[in-house]
Design a protein. Structure first.
Length: 108
């Protein structure tokens, strides 16, 4: 079975983004599935969804970067919407961010 995971890198400080709040929603039902905070390595302690909990559909990760950086001069929250087509696959969605910019990709 597959899993959904993420990690966050603070590019302005050159280190993992520890203590960053992340929300996971199912966008089809607009249901909040999970709220987590990144650990010292900028990762979650466990997959966000795994095995039978990962089902095909549309999801959104919301990264609370404004709270993490302690400012909302430009970015506050970064939403990333994505689709799970194959629940047996692994979906890793990293976020690389600064207070002014971000980038993401589908990792492995």
């Amino acid at each position: 079975m597959g899993k959904l995971s993420t990690h966050v890198l603070d590019l302005s400080r050159g280190r993992p983004a520890a203590g960053l709040k992340i929300e996971l929603r199912s966008t089809g039902t607009n249901t909040l599935l999970k709220t987590v905070v990144t650990n010292a390595d900028g990762r979650t302690d466990a997959p966000l969804l795994a095995d039978a909990a990962l089902t095909p559909g549309e999801y959104e990760l919301t990264f609370h970067v404004g709270d993490y950086f302690g400012e909302r001069t430009f970015l506050d929250r970064v939403p990333i919407r994505f689709r799970v087509a194959d629940a047996s696959a692994n979906y890793h969605i990293p976020l690389l961010c600064t207070p002014w910019a971000y980038s993401t990709y589908r990792g492995s």
